[in-house]
Design a protein around this ligand. Structure first.
Ligand code: G3P
Length: 216
């Protein structure tokens, strides 16, 4: 399973890259706006740290605008995945950008029907938002299970990038289902390594060592 960081914050990206677990980065207009920088500058800075897919989302909502923005972003770095919304204009723009050889991540996926259509249209990545479905009392992980089953029936090349992850259990469930990628905020990645029994056990080891450290 690949781990992507869902952030535009350079400190977070550096920190977890040093852990050796960051395969890529996803951004969106909300995450870029938190950093108060230009999207182009930040995406280029991220590309210097992470050698893997970096998703950069278009702002345009019309077909022509998405294609213009997507072509421009694709020139920023070889690892750019242009992120397009799952709309009628978005699927048309996906088809056009794929003809140009540009990698595309289709975002704001909330149904199995959308996921099936996007795979047929040749999306490189699709981003189903599990947390936002859970937020409205639907079952985000049930959607991932449906998409995994559909894609494996037909050997689609499209990869499932589980997004809107809120907690470590989402990551584990996505891995159990065989989703290709989980993109997660820094706090979720950090929580994956923590366990109170690890801390308690380490404290006990150190305390016991203190008792005998002068015996050599
Ligand atoms: O980057 C897309 C997605 O991961 C956003 O998550 O927490 O805003 O629903 P969230």
């Amino acid at each position: 399973m690949q781990f992507f960081l869902d952030t535009a914050n350079l400190d977070q990206i550096k920190k977890f890259s040093d852990w050796g677990v960051v395969d890529g980065v996803t951004t969106n207009p909300t995450l870029i706006s938190k950093e108060n920088v230009s999207q182009e500058d930040r995406i280029k800075e991220i590309a210097k740290i992470v050698n893997g897919p970096i998703s950069s989302e278009v702002i345009a909502t019309d077909y022509e605008g998405m294609v213009i923005e997507g072509r421009k972003m694709a020139k920023w770095h070889k690892n750019i995945y242009v992120k397009l919304p799952t709309t009628e204009a978005g699927i048309r723009a996906l088809t056009t950008l794929k003809k140009d050889g540009i990698k595309v991540n289709m975002t704001l996926v909330f149904s199995a029907g959308q996921a099936l259509l996007l795979a047929k249209a040749g999306a490189d990545l699709i981003s189903p938002f599990v947390g936002r479905l859970d937020d409205i009392a639907e079952d985000g992980m049930a959607l991932i299970a449906e998409i995994v089953a559909m894609y494996s029936n037909y050997n689609f090349d499209t990869k499932i990038l589980v997004a809107s992850i809120r907690h470590p259990r989402h990551v584990i469930d996505a891995a159990m289902l065989g989703a290709h990628v989980a993109t997660m905020p820094a706090d979720v990645l950090e929580k994956l390594i923590k366990h109170p029994l690890t801390d308690k056990g380490l404290a006990q080891f150190l305390a016991d060592f203190e008792k005998v450290k002068n015996i050599q």
